[in-house]
Design a protein around this ligand. Structure first.
Ligand SMILES: C[S@@+](CC[C@H](N)C(=O)[O-])C[C@H]1O[C@@H](n2cnc3c(N)ncnc32)[C@H](O)[C@@H]1O
Length: 121
């Protein structure tokens, strides 16, 4: 099994089962403030995490940005590791996650092009 979805009730599932994902309105609930250029529409990582991971598995995001994928992981009970080169975004996301379970995620300031530094993780 690649995910926690039950294929016997796929029509009722909270995932988009069409080949074309039509998203009417960006999810702006919870921690999704939509303040960062180029941030994901939250429904996109939601769909992918639901399809390709199971509860408690780890999702790696090498371009954390404002943390959209992390907030969806929190919602879906996945663990998370994130990197970003921009220290302001690390601070921003840490602030957003202030009241969250710290055992479920780790985020690091890091240039993912830097092979030596990256291999320490
Ligand atoms: C388009 S944003 C990601 C947005 C994110 N998916 C969200 O929803 O907020 C790309 C991020 O990659 C980071 N980035 C760019 N080059 C990087 C590098 N070499 N190593 C680590 N992070 C990098 C940028 O600082 C930026 O926050």
């Amino acid at each position: 099994m690649v995910n926690d979805l039950n294929l016997y009730d796929w029509k009722e599932l909270d995932i988009d089962v069409n080949s074309l994902w039509l998203i009417n309105e960006r999810d702006k609930s919870g921690k999704h403030a939509n303040v960062y250029h180029g941030n994901f529409i939250p429904q996109i990582p939601y769909q992918l995490i639901s399809r390709y991971t199971k509860k408690d598995e780890i999702v790696l995001d090498t371009f954390l940005g404002s943390g959209t994928t992390l907030y969806e992981c929190e919602k879906l009970d996945r663990k998370f590791i994130g990197f970003d080169i921009n220290p302001k975004m690390i601070d921003y996301v840490n602030l957003q996650m202030n009241d969250s379970d710290k055992n479920k995620f780790d985020i690091f300031e890091c240039d993912v092009r830097n092979k030596d530094k990256f291999s320490n993780f």
